[in-house]
Design a protein around this ligand. Structure first.
Ligand code: SF4
Ligand code: SF4
Length: 101
């Protein structure tokens, strides 16, 4: 069952699969999508998505995916550790050892 929380979802539309029926844009309660000038659905207000799941369920071409925003699911402490792990500061320690002699 989906959790209805505004701004917690990433909405992806696959344009190759979208046939432009407009169902998603017409029935999204948060007006997250619209049809562009090529007749394809595009996400314009993702931050308003309440994760109701309507679009994903009713798109006849399975062209929409609604997922949790991954970054929000990672606790802040883990994000900090990941950031630190990606910084190549091992060489920095060697330099400080050399400086100290
Ligand atoms: S419901 Fe699906 S096929 Fe219809 S406009 Fe939206 S994304 Fe495209
Ligand atoms: S999940 Fe609901 S609120 Fe979010 S884009 Fe789809 S229809 Fe709109």
């Amino acid at each position: 069952m989906s959790v209805k929380r505004k701004g917690q979802s990433k909405v992806t539309i696959f344009p190759d699969w979208c046939k432009g029926c407009g169902i998603c844009a017409a029935f999204c309660p948060a007006k997250v999508m619209e049809l562009n000038d090529q007749g394809k659905a595009v996400v314009i207000r993702e931050e308003e998505c309440i994760n109701c799941g309507f679009c994903e369920l009713h798109c006849p071409d399975f062209a929409i995916m609604v997922q949790p925003k991954v970054d929000d699911e990672i606790p802040a402490v883990c994000r900090a550790l990941l950031k630190k792990a990606s910084l190549p500061d091992a060489g920095k320690d060697e330099e400080s050892i050399k400086e100290k002699g």
